[in-house]
Design a protein around this ligand. Structure first.
Ligand SMILES: NC(=O)c1ccc[n+]([C@@H]2O[C@H](COP(=O)([O-])OP(=O)(O)OC[C@H]3O[C@@H](n4cnc5c(N)ncnc54)[C@H](OP(=O)(O)O)[C@@H]3O)[C@@H](O)[C@H]2O)c1
Length: 326
């Protein structure tokens, strides 16, 4: 079960807003920053004086949240800005990246937080990919790739291991999903699984693979890529779940702010070092000590004794997004 109990009933968080000091001058992007876990994370970063870009698909929702945060956090010297992107539509990603790059000369942490779950069987992204893979993996892959130059540039003068990319996984990867995390053959048109948990879990294993593969390419130049599983949080992400399941799960639900603490640890804790890239973080900010062996094998190349699945998935993302990179 890969640590189901410790992820479901985590110890108290040890890295919260009280441990984060001045973030004035630092720049962050939080995708899905207008709701749930992402919104709570934005509030913490902004309260410490950071410039925070809330990236999402609804300008109206983002503007409403910016107004609400500013109304309650009046003393912050920080800045809140809106970035429009639909991660399920690859045609929108490069415009999002270039809009950001036109305004900023640094990016300290990219939080790839936005995600969808429980999409009905047969759902596809705008370009026709399985919906979870399209929105949770292909979009964030391309966004990360387009923002890598500014992350690498920032790392040249930032404290060691402070420039990071945080991908978002799920505890479901520990208990569901195809062997090895995901099945490349199920990504082909017409071959998508009809099991929605399997599709979601595969996309969340995909996020783990992307953290690991990006890190292999960036860590020598100072950008650390990690993945975090935020916990089980009461957010609208669970809206499509049958009420009986939600009722049964009630004791496992925590306020979304607790999930923000997991992401905060991943993005800002000094406990995350250069050599930690590709590792998984669990609630409310600590290392996963018992990941599934088949997932660990996916992260290793065949030469290292693994299956090379994560590298194959990175190549899949590269191939299917490259025409949208310009
Ligand atoms: N809540 C949990 O128990 C839990 C557990 C494990 C992992 N997670 C992961 O944590 C992350 C945040 O989830 P949450 O629970 O906070 O969910 P949420 O409340 O539903 O928020 C999801 C955010 O992602 C945005 N989003 C969805 N589709 C998008 C798209 N195509 N393009 C851009 N933005 C999009 C949403 O924007 P809109 O407001 O426009 O929809 C929203 O801001 C997700 O990656 C999720 O898989 C959550």
């Amino acid at each position: 079960m890969g640590g189901f109990w410790t992820q479901s009933f985590p110890p108290s968080p040890k890295f919260t807003e009280t441990n984060v000091h001045d973030l004035v001058g630092k720049v962050f992007i939080v995708t899905g920053g207008n709701a749930g876990i992402g919104l709570e994370l934005v509030k913490i970063l902004y309260s410490k004086g950071a410039t925070v870009y809330m990236a999402g698909r609804s300008a109206t929702k983002i503007a409403a949240e910016i107004e609400a945060i500013k109304a309650t956090s009046t003393q912050s010297p920080g800045h809140l800005k809106s970035l429009i992107v639909d991660l399920g539509d690859l045609t929108t990603i490069s415009n999002c990246a270039s809009t950001f790059l036109a305004q900023e000369s640094r990016l300290d942490v990219l939080f790839n937080n936005a995600g969808i779950s429980r999409q009905p069987a047969g759902s596809v992204s705008t370009q026709g990919y399985e919906a979870h893979i399209g929105t949770n993996c292909l979009g964030p892959f391309l966004l990360t790739k387009l923002l890598l130059p500014i992350l690498l540039q920032t790392a040249k003068s930032a404290p060691k291991a402070s420039v990071r990319v945080v991908f978002t996984s799920s505890g479901l990867v520990d208990i569901a999903g195809p062997p090895g995390g995901l099945s490349l053959s199920e990504l082909a048109p017409g071959k998508h699984s009809t099991d929605i948990n399997r599709n979601y879990s595969a996309s969340k294993a995909g996020n783990w693979f992307l953290a690991s593969e990006f890190d292999k390419r960036t860590s020598k130049d100072g950008v650390v890529c990690v993945v975090q599983s935020p916990g089980t949080l009461r957010t609208k992400g669970w809206d499509g779940t049958p009420w009986l399941v939600r009722l049964a799960m009630a004791p496992l639900f925590y306020p979304p702010k607790m999930g923000a603490y997991t992401a905060l640890w991943a993005g800002l804790s000094p406990e995350v070092k250069s050599e930690d890239g590709g590792k998984v973080i669990i609630p409310w900010g600590r290392w996963h000590t018992s990941p599934k062996k088949d997932i660990l094998a996916s992260l290793k190349t065949k030469e290292e004794g693994g299956t090379g699945l994560a590298a194959e998935f990175w190549d899949y993302c590269e191939t299917h997004t490259k025409e949208f990179a310009a």
